[in-house]
Design a protein around this ligand. Sequence first.
Ligand SMILES: Cc1ncc(CO)c(N)n1
Length: 225
Amino acid sequence: MQHTDIIKEKAAPIVDLIYNDGFVQGLINGDLDKEAVAHYLRADSRYLKSFLDVYAILLAKTSHLDEKKYLLEQVLFLMDGEHDAHHNLAEYIGIPYEEIIADGEWYPAADHYIKHMLYNAYAKPFEYAIAASTPCPWVYFEIATRILKEHTITDDHPFKVWIDFYADDMVRDIMNSLDTIMNKYCDKASEKEQKELYKNFLESCEHERNFFNMAYTQQRWLVEL
Ligand SMILES: Cc1ncc(CO)c(N)n1
């Protein structure tokens, strides 16, 4: 069994929790609170910009040209800010996207997730931030494909575009590239390092859950300046 298969098996219960939490259930039912969706967009537009920064840091940390090529492709993809998915949510709210995301900050759960990735990118070997960033496409692909498996999402469903975006083969390709990199490093890692890489992946899966719940509860810092 590949390391990424083992890790994903361990992470499956977390994905199950995410799927059954309020935000994803609201996506499925098409009845998410518009303020929760706006909160998600304010946080996620900033998260994607930081995710791009993580990949930009990693670009200089690897000497392998195939890894540089993958990271460069992802930086360009992330510059588009997952446009179609985000604008689908803005359409549901009925306010222009740029207006929704103009204000906002790294709300607590987003802050923790972003700093988990940035810390590993700055302070740890290349593969540590790869392990922390692999759940990003994987969790969304798992959630979106499971929604399509378990529900009929009709053309008039308010979140069809969002669901289709993350269920797309393009996301599967991103994951396959990340898995190849992850497995390469896990194969040559010591047992101690392997455990740390697994931990980074699993922590990011929990950060994904906390991120959705942060949006659903409109989590903010107690003191805002
Ligand atoms: C927090 C988060 N995780 C994953 C994705 C998918 O790219 C996203 N847009 N936002």
